[in-house]
Each structure stands twice: as C-alpha cells, then as structure tokens.
Design a protein around this ligand. Structure first.
Ligand code: FAD
Ligand code: NAD
Length: 466
C-alpha cells in the first residue's frame, strides 16, 4: 500500500507535467501509466514522432525545390528502416529523459493501468504482474484520448490505418487515401506525399481545417493541392471493402477507387472509461469529456481532470497547463485555468497557426473587429527563403486597439505564433507591437508590419488608412 498526497492517472504531457510540479512543490506524488516511461500519446505516438517525420518531409521538399536555386541533389533514396529508426530514437531519448526526471524528483512511477476503488483509493494493475493499492488525498485524471473511428470506417484490415499505425511507416504505399482533412490527415498525409505516395484527401465539410480562418487555409490549400494527388471536399466515404489489390472505397460524390492504404483521421474521443469511475461522483458531458470547473475540479472534491479527457482543444500544451493549474489548486495556491489564448499549430508546409480570437469566430459572434494583414510577398526574409506564400494577420478590437487574435500561415508559423500569444496574454495593443523593434531580416517583422498595416503605415505595404 502506497500513501500519497497527489496521484496522477496517465503520464502524457498533462499528467507528467502535473506530477513533476507536484513533486517540485514538495507533495508526495505517484504517477500511473502503462508505458515504460512518461510520455503519453504525445511523445509515443503523436506530436513527437509525427514532427520527426515532418522534419524529414520538409527536407525532401526543400531538396527537390533546390533545383530552382541551381543546386541539384538528384532523386533522394529513402531508407525506410533508417527513417523509422531515427523517429524511434527520438521517442526513446525523450521518454528516457522523462523517466529520469521522474526518478530525480522522487515521483513514484507505477507502470500499469489504474482502476478506482473509491474517491481516495486506487488499484494499479501492474504491467509486470500483480497490483499495487494507492491511497491518495487528491487524484488527477489525465487519461487523454484515442482515435474516434465511426463504425462505417472501421475495417479490420492492417491497410486501413489510424494515426498510430500510420506513424509506424509500414511502407510507402503507391496510393494513400486520407479520410479527414484536419490536423492529422494533413500532417501525416504530407509525410507520405513527401515520401512518394500519391495521397488523396477526402473531407466531409466544405474546407480543410474547419477551425481556422479561410484566408489562412486558402494559402495552405494551394500548396496541399500541389503536393497531394487529390483533395475532395464536401465528400464522404460510404463504404470500404478490403480486396487483394487494395482497399476499394466508395464515395458519395466521387467514383469508387482502390487505394493501397487508407488513413482514417476523423477526430479523437476522450479516454474517460477509467474502471471504477462510476464509484465516484465524477460526471461526463454528452461528448464523454470529464466535467470540471476552471480550477480543473470534478464533481468529486478529491478528483481533478485535465488534458484531452477534460475537453477541447486536444493539444499537448493545453494539457500541460491544465495539469499545472490542478496541482497549484491542490497545493492551495490561488490558481485557475483562464488563458486568453491557446495557440494551435498545424505543422504542414506551409505551417498554419492561430491564437486567440479568429476572424470567423468574431463574425459568428457578431463582434466588431478590425483585421490587418501583412502578405509575406512584402517580406525581405520570406523572399530570401523563396517562400512568399505566407500571411500574417491581426484581429483587433477597434474600440481599444487591443490585439484579440493572431493568425499566421507560412514556414515557421508555429514558432512565430508565440509572440502573438504573449501579446494577447499581456493585453498588448497594436501600437505596442508596432513600436517593438524586431530583428531584420526575419519573419518576425511580419508581425510588426501587420501592426503598421493597421495604421496604414507599413514600410513595405502601401495601403493608406481610409
Ligand atoms: P495523453 O497524451 O493522451 O496521455 C494519456 C495517457 O494516459 C496515455 O499514456 C494512456 O495510456 C494513459 N492511460 C489511459 N487510461 C489509463 C488508465 N486507466 N490507467 C493508467 N493510464 C492510463 N498536440 C499538440 O499540441 N501538438 C502536436 O504537434 C500534436 N501532434 C499530434 C499528432 C498525432 C498523430 C496525435 C494523435 C496527436 C497529436 N497531438 C498534438 C495531440 C496531443 O497528443 C494530445 O493533445 C496530448 O497527448 C494530450 O495529452 P494528455 O496528457 O491529455 O493525454
Ligand atoms: P480533426 O478534428 O483535426 O480533423 C478531423 C477532420 O475530419 C475534420 O476536418 C472533419 O470535418 C473531418 N471528418 C470527420 N468525419 C469525417 C468523415 N466521415 N469523412 C471525411 N471527413 C470527416 O481530427 P484529427 O486530424 O483526427 O486530429 C485529432 C486531434 O488531435 C486534433 O483535433 C488535435 O486536437 C490533435 N492534433 C493536433 C496536432 C497539432 O497540434 N499539430 C496534430 C495532430 C493532432
């Protein structure tokens, strides 16, 4: 029997960030997860392996494009085994590091699955066999999410993949159908396209990445249109039949076709089916997320919920911040999860990122905003990179000039958005951004110049204010 002050169930970026902070604050802490080390979906089969592959995909695209700059590398030879080994080594190194960090902080790591006995007791079914009972003052449920695959798309054939099996890179299929034009479909579809697959994307709605502003998506869609074989919008898969030659797929608005492989990436669902949860007062909403308040407290006073299992957006950085908030609350600090902006980044080429209020959200809410846009064709740095396919935009409150939202599309948008998040969190107005000296020549200047555009005074865009 182990007695702890804080017990964390699930060691993803939410759970391990929470456990580590709890230990740093001097609380006796245990962490339960089936993997050998902390990491969760993000590190083992999500953010990290996908970004390692996307890094290589970008290199392949750059190498091919270098022809235009007078440098020819020839057709790249891809050693799939070595590429897999690189990705796996990244995961192993990172999870080895989190394992060491847990040990150094004296977080008791139990490799197993948690089952709640009551609101203060849990049984960990250990991977090594046997079980351990843990008594806790507070528990944090951080069990994450799993792919949501509707029955119509569930086919028991290894050629029909989810993100986990697609990340294993079984081969480079000649043809790949990606069902769902969201984050995973576009990121992993880009990887396979760069490796040489003819990728077709089928998206049910009338545009890719339904949550992002259309002017940003349009720029990405142009590039996706060139790198992918097909992008079918407003189209659904009606049937998938495995055959010896491939997967026969029928659509509602396209002729049927046979694909070597299919990736189903139509969303994820919360992993809230922790055994024994019904022995507590924890409740779920209609979509299966654990209900909680802004301090991450559930209806059971000793139990908190954070990360993907606690609601959207299902993003690693949101999970970590929620985890740290829950621990601060447990430690008796005055804390709540009330961010002004949670950044979202799609790691395609170009990258697409946004934070705070989008223009579409403002329109939907009938909220008056002023939008200032700086096209990257006017950026010296973008020209030196031969990448003028970018746009930086600000969504501004016209009555206070306060920056409410920032959107970016272009290479490195995922790094650039952090400045926008800070501006929103600090309550910066457009003048603050305009007067902040940005280094030249960098893509960061596009943020400063979009603030200049707001006043009709951009050095590199002639657009007087009317
Ligand atoms: P998770 O990371 O899902 O971890 C939950 C852990 O709990 C798992 O290890 C699970 O095994 C464990 N668990 C479940 N039930 C039990 C139980 N009963 N007992 C013990 N343990 C249990 N987000 C980003 O921000 N950036 C990205 O670039 C990004 N890329 C992604 C790419 C892919 C392919 C995928 C699938 C996701 C990606 N995400 C990305 C989303 C990100 O992975 C999640 O938002 C994040 O992992 C959520 O963290 P979490 O701590 O809530 O849970
Ligand atoms: P998603 O919600 O991003 O996209 C799913 C897409 O599938 C949507 O565009 C939706 O309209 C479409 N769709 C739904 N049902 C369909 C159907 N039957 N046929 C065709 N299209 C259909 O989901 P995802 O790509 O599976 O990713 C899940 C979550 O994981 C994301 O929402 C995000 O929170 C997280 N994630 C984040 C990153 C990142 O931060 N870079 C990367 C990968 C995943």
């Amino acid at each position: 029997m182990i007695d702890v002050q804080v017990l964390v169930i699930g060691a993803g970026p939410g759970g391990y960030a929470a456990a580590f902070l709890a230990a740093d604050l001097g609380l006796k802490t245990a962490l339960v997860d089936p993997e050998v080390n902390p990491g969760g979906v993000c590190v083992y089969r999500g953010c990290i392996p996908s970004k390692a592959l996307l890094h290589v995909a970008n290199l392949l695209r750059e190498a091919r494009h270098a022809d235009a700059w007078g440098v020819s590398f020839g057709e790249p030879k891809i050693d799939l085994g070595k590429l897999r080994a690189f990705k796996d080594a990244v995961v192993k190194r990172l999870t080895g590091g989190t394992g060491l960090l847990a040990k150094s902080r004296k977080v008791q790591y139990l490799q197993g699955r948690a089952e709640l006995v009551d609101a203060h007791t849990l049984t960990a079914k250990l991977v090594s066999g046997g079980e351990e009972t843990v008594r806790f003052e507070h528990a944090i449920i951080a069990t994450g999410s799993v792919p949501a695959i509707p029955a119509s798309l569930r086919v028991a054939d290894p050629r029909v993949m989810d993100s986990t099996s697609a990340l294993e890179l079984p081969d480079v299929p000649k043809s790949l159908l990606v069902v769902g034009g969201g984050y995973i479909g576009l990121e992993l579809g880009s990887v396979y396209a760069a490796l040489g697959s003819a990728v077709s994307v089928v998206e049910m709605t009338d545009g890719l990445l339904p949550g992002a502003d259309r002017d940003l998506v349009d720029i990405l869609a142009k590039s996706i249109g060139k790198s992918m074989a097909n992008v079918w919008l407003k189209t659904s898969v009606t049937k998938m039949t495995p055959e010896s030659s491939g997967i026969r797929v029928t659509f509602d608005r396209q002729p049927e076709q046979v694909f070597d492989r299919v990736l189903v990436s139509v969303g994820r669902r919360p992993s809230a089916s922790v055994p024994g949860l019904d022995r507590t007062r924890v409740t779920l909403d209609e979509r299966g997320f654990i209900v909680h308040d802004e301090q991450m407290r559930t209806a059971e006073p000793s139990i908190f919920a954070i990360g993907d299992v606690a609601g959207e957006p299902m993003l690693a950085h949101k999970a970590s911040h929620e985890g740290r908030t829950a621990v601060e609350v447990i430690a008796g600090h005055k804390a709540a999860f009330e961010p002004a902006a949670i950044p979202a980044v799609v790691f395609t080429d170009p990258e697409l990122a946004w934070a705070g209020l989008t223009e579409a959200q403002a329109q939907k809410a009938g909220r008056q905003v002023t939008v200032a846009k700086f096209p990257w064709a006017a950026s010296g740095r973008a020209l030196t990179l031969d990448r003028t396919d970018g746009l930086t935009k600000l969504v501004v409150d016209p009555s206070t000039d306060r920056i409410l939202g920032v959107g970016l599309v272009g290479p490195n948008a995922g790094e650039l958005i952090a400045e926008g998040v800070l501006a929103i969190e600090m309550g910066a107005n457009v003048t603050d951004l305009k007067l902040t000296i940005h280094p030249h020549p960098t893509l960061t200047e596009t943020l400063m110049e979009s603030a200049e555009v707001f006043f009709g005074q951009s050095t590199h865009v002639y657009k007087p204010k009317r």
